[in-house]
Design a protein around this ligand. Structure first.
Ligand code: 13P
Length: 336
């Protein structure tokens, strides 16, 4: 493991004014997204969609890295593979390496993420394809008696084993414990679950001797459940999220790259902006959004070649506005 290289790459991925695009939807998730705009999902339409996003001019000003899915990492844009194409533009290619969240046996309503078997060899192969960082997502549900400490510990151990393997293979791990927005729980319950999940995660990372300076944390923001009638305002979300992170995330971690989790694109940007206006934090406060960066572009594209420029303009706009939010310089007027 080249510790200095891992540390330098983790830092570069959270460079000021920049963040990560998650374009690593599994084929089944990509199928759902394409279907929502009336596009049949095939390897070719998934490639065309990713090509539309990733060939957008000027995104390298705001996008430091892109997380790809296995299929995309092996596809080409013109005659160049996507990882090589991105690297040539100065964007770091990354790869989703978990194989999905499955029901946790014995714990109804909870999930455990799979993908550790053979991971060392898969990481080595992704590195050969040009990928330099990786992502693993754990899913945590809030519900009656949930999450259980067992579910948090089991997912934290899997995340930590993945992270240790990544660093061994020279890839920066993005560790993602996602507390879901599904449900009608209050923001206070989300805060408590997020704090517990992060404490379990950092205990496991320490046990697995993971280099904190050589990883990025990808958490949820602290929000009320989608079905909760009492939705907190932007300032309250920013305060609750930062309070939780400061309690649980060591200052050695170079950056926090939030997932958007199903928030409206503009709201996710406003939350990120409010956190960056709250003053200096021990770590960079950045983004690794999928839906909040892609949705306006996906809706404009609809699988039609003639729509590509309009879709790319919307994607560039979200990248630019989240880049502004990285510096606490976003305003709603910029949406016009
Ligand atoms: P969303 O921003 O759509 O939540 O996706 C981020 C991600 O990569 C989830 O694993």
């Amino acid at each position: 493991m080249d510790k200095l290289a891992l540390m330098a790459l983790a830092k570069a991925l959270v460079a000021p004014g920049k963040g990560i695009l998650a374009a690593d939807e599994s084929s089944s998730t990509a199928t759902r997204r394409l279907k929502s705009v009336g596009v049949e999902s095939t390897a070719e339409t998934r490639r065309a969609y990713r090509k539309m996003l990733l060939t957008t001019p000027e995104i390298e000003r705001y996008i430091s890295g892109v997380i790809l899915y296995d299929e995309t990492a092996r596809q080409n844009v013109d005659h160049t593979s996507f990882p090589v194409y991105l690297a040539d533009r100065g964007i770091v290619p990354g790869i989703k390496v978990d194989t999905g969240a499955k029901p946790l046996a014995g714990y109804p309503g909870e999930q455990i993420t799979e993908g550790l078997d053979g991971l060392r060899e898969r990481l080595a192969e992704y590195a050969r394809l040009g990928c330099r960082f990786a992502k693993w997502r754990a899913v945590i549900a809030i519900g009656d008696g949930l999450p259980t400490p067992f579910c948090l510990a089991a997912n934290a151990r899997a995340l930590a084993r993945y992270a240790a393997l990544c660093q061994e293979q020279g890839l920066v791990p993005v560790v993602e414990p996602e507390v879901l927005m599904d449900g009608d729980h209050t923001i206070e319950r989300c805060e408590a679950a997020t704090l517990e999940a992060l404490r379990a995660l950092f205990a496991a990372l320490a046990e697995h001797r993971v280099l904190l300076e050589g990883l990025l944390l990808k958490p949820n923001m602290v929000l009320a459940g989608k079905g909760c009638p009492a939705q907190a305002d932007v300032k309250t979300v920013a305060e609750a999220t930062l309070r939780t992170l400061r309690r649980a995330v060591p200052g050695a971690v170079p950056g926090i790259v939030f997932l958007s989790g199903g928030q409206e694109a503009e709201l996710a940007t406003a939350h990120l902006d409010a956190m960056n206006r709250a003053g200096a934090q021990p770590w960079q406060v950045s983004f690794s959004f999928a839906r909040a960066l892609q949705e306006p572009a996906l809706n404009a594209w609809r699988g039609v070649e003639a729509n590509v420029p309009a879709a790319q303009a919307l994607f560039l706009k979200r990248a630019r506005l989240n880049g502004a939010a990285r510096k606490g310089e976003y305003t709603v007027e910029m949406e016009k």
